[in-house]
Design a protein around this ligand. Structure first.
Ligand SMILES: [Zn+2]
Length: 272
């Protein structure tokens, strides 16, 4: 079986002790492709480094809503000035990184009002600016959205930068978000949450998305699925997401593995 983990963070410090070992292991155990996602400048550079030294790894570069510059404690008038200045400088660097070999998307980018409620305007600004960069470079975007469904959709529908394609990474099991995302032609990437026994809407969400729009991911090292919950996650666990989807859709595991692999190759423009 050849699996594609569409989103993992082998650039995370939790893999500092055994990064090479674990990458070799997941490859040997059937993870034929994976995307290592950046979330700030440093992790984006690291993702590229890992991708360029492993044939089966690809990278995304971007600044997540939880990693944008924060000047919360400054006075309001200088805060805006600092923010724009520092962010736009980082954006230039992201743009340069995005042109490097094996970078397949801008991400993860988006809005997160769960962890950060105080800087919504800055989050929206940085999300839109990074979408612009993705459009200029004709790259898809990888979206992180948490407790910000309405604002996320509003930006995605925004006509200032209409050419967008991308993925809802670790997609929240919010049925309205999924319906609207599908209308916009986005891919829905399911992570460990669909395997949790107390997950609300997991079945409905899976049923809602046609097979040709589904990706699977681990978001390693976080969010390990059942039955590995609470342990450090790695790409080998993506099989549990595939199995859950197969069960809900009443199709074979092989079919889910094959289709999600093809879908990921398509959106990230990776040779099949
Ligand atoms: Zn992530």
């Amino acid at each position: 079986m050849k699996l594609f983990d569409s989103h993992a963070h082998y650039n995370d410090e939790k893999f500092n002790q055994d990064r090479e070992e674990i990458l070799n292991q997941v490859y040997e155990e059937g993870i034929a492709r994976l995307v290592c996602a950046g979330y700030n400048l440093e992790s984006s550079k690291k993702a590229i480094e890992i991708a360029q030294s492993h044939d089966f790894v690809y990278a995304t570069v971007g600044i997540s809503p939880n990693d944008i510059p924060n000047f919360e404690n400054e006075q309001i008038d200088i805060k805006d000035f600092f923010f724009q200045d520092v962010f736009l400088e980082q954006l230039e660097q992201i743009k340069e990184l995005a042109k490097k070999e094996k970078v397949v998307a801008i991400g993860e980018i988006g809005l997160d009002y769960y962890w950060n409620k105080e800087n919504k305007e800055e989050q929206k600004f940085s999300f839109m600016k990074q979408i612009e960069v993705a459009n200029q470079l004709q790259l898809p975007i990888v979206i992180h959205t948490r407790e910000a469904v309405y604002d996320t959709l509003e930006i995605l529908k925004h006509e200032i930068c209409p050419v967008k394609k991308g993925v809802f990474h670790c997609c929240p099991l919010n049925l309205d978000l999924i319906k609207e995302g599908l209308k916009l032609d986005f891919y829905i990437s399911f992570a460990g949450a669909i395997t949790f026994k107390n997950a609300k809407n997991a079945q409905e969400a899976i049923k809602l998305v046609p097979m040709e729009r589904i990706l699977i991911e681990t978001d390693s090292p976080y969010l390990a699925p059942e039955p590995k919950r609470g342990t450090r996650n790695d790409s080998r666990n993506v099989k549990y997401m595939a199995q859950k989807i197969a069960d809900v859709k009443g199709i074979s595991l092989e079919q889910v593995v094959e289709t999600t692999y093809q879908n990921a190759c398509k959106i990230f423009e990776i040779k099949y």
